[in-house]
Design a protein. Sequence first.
Length: 379
Amino acid sequence: MKPVSGGTPAVTPLAAARAFDPERLQQARQLALKTKQDVADAVGVSAAAIGQFEAGITPPRADTVEKLAGYLKVPAGFFAAGRPRVRLESDNVFFRSLRSTTSRQRKKAISFTEQVWELANALERHVRFPSVDIPGFAGGEIAPGTFSPDPATAARQLRQAWDLGDGPVPQVVRLVESRGIVAVLVPMVEDEVARIDAFSTSAFNRPVMVLSPDRADDVYRHRFSAAHELGHIVLHGGRVAGTADIEREADKFAAEFLTPRAAMEPRLKTRLDMADVLRVSLEWGVEPKSVIYRSRELGKISEATARRGYIRLNQVGVHHEPVAQFPGELPSLLSTAIELAEQRGVTISRLASELAWIPAHVRRMLGSQDERPRLRLVD
């Protein structure tokens, strides 16, 4: 990245009302996990009026904009049109699991991903990002025929294009970022977005993947999630998200990308040796159960032997390595970009002004918490 060579003055509620962008209200409401009725009750209008604001039928008055800003915790200027944004449709976002998430959680995740793009786009006005280095990728899609429709073959093709050979991938997240993919880690596990686990889209001018440590906080599972989302980016542009078959395809891509057949066939044993399973897990950066599954998939062991292996793993337990202990698996593209931008005087406050966000929200999107101390009144 290299610094390249603005801020935006504060927009008053009156100016925001005159230049009101209906989609900004919807985005802010979905990020806050609020219904139209919730917002209506808070600002003193009807739910139908909120619907009309979001549909662009009528704009809110200046005093209503001020109340909306206060309730949804955004500056009044957030609602003004004129800043770059891309509308993301739900069919273009690949969620790991739809059964365990609500529609409101998914809508929040979509709005969150839109804002990841906005942050990256704002930073790219000041810092030169790596070019997207995925064969055939241009304008938010991969040219048909670039990759095989077979997930394992596509994984081998990408490994070859990235000159990875057949060895382990030392740092999956650092690798995808170096190839121009924007990755972010949802910083608070209690956040509704974090509960969705991982999701991605290739609908923007550069792909975006949103990762979250699961409750086990296991770096091996985290690496697989990143490789799974990479599979979606490579395989599924133009496909409708949310079907079981494409999730299976992304899993197959991830397995071949992390543990290529050419290396695994001579490495894996034809009997279940748990000590060796753990060695392979450590060498290749994958979960022990993935090693057992891969052994079964490649015909090294039987289905019955694999089941016994899973039972033994459950009995002895597996130590989970926290993601935070592996810097190469923590997204750093955006945070590095802001460090470079600061060399040109582009502070987080200035970036927040350009985006019409509050500074704490910029910090959160960069993966850090608000640095201000938490205070409370003395009883």
